[in-house]
Design a protein around this ligand. Sequence first.
Ligand SMILES: Cc1cc2nc3c(=O)[nH]c(=O)nc-3n(C[C@H](O)[C@H](O)[C@H](O)COP(=O)(O)O)c2cc1C
Length: 181
Amino acid sequence: MGILEILGIIIALIIVLSVVGWLIGVSRSKDSKTLIPSGEIHGTALVVYDPGITGGTRTAAFHIAHELKTRGYEVKLAGARSSEALNLSGVDVLVIGSPTYGAQPTGPVKTYLQNLQSPGNITAGVYSLAGSIVEDSNVVMAQALESKSIPVKVSTKYGHSAWGAPSDKTLYAKFVAQLLS
Ligand SMILES: Cc1cc2nc3c(=O)[nH]c(=O)nc-3n(C[C@H](O)[C@H](O)[C@H](O)COP(=O)(O)O)c2cc1C
């Protein structure tokens, strides 16, 4: 087999894997579920995320949602394309997470932010998964929220590990602690 054929197979594999990853991401971004705390309920939180290609943003959303639940919040965990994501009725705390691609949040997150209606009094935080620590995607998300009179209290960019989000869950606990302080 010649070098050109091997290159062709590698490129075809990359394209197939990218399309499959994208299709899984689209499907997951339409998911939503509710987490109910076992004890007294102190408030309602909505965690909206775009799953991303390698799943780091989704994993981080799960950790943040579980931390909010542990602190007594009923949590709606919603993909950016899900019908639940735009429903801010009764929501006290809003978290939005996105992967960083080309120094920007993803298209579904930007569309979500454009369609969001200001709910009045709400505490908001943004986070992104990224390869660099430059505050690019977070700034775009924060500005979009602030243009709708939703001030962003916490903005964090998590470095990327080889297979998804950083494994240190205390990072997400810190994010939630800052948000609720
Ligand atoms: C096509 C592409 C473009 C990227 N662009 C950026 C970028 O501009 N800045 C950055 O910090 N990270 C960038 N990254 C790194 C991703 O943000 C990082 O892999 C992140 O973990 C993706 O989120 P996910 O794990 O949820 O898929 C890029 C990754 C890919 C695949």
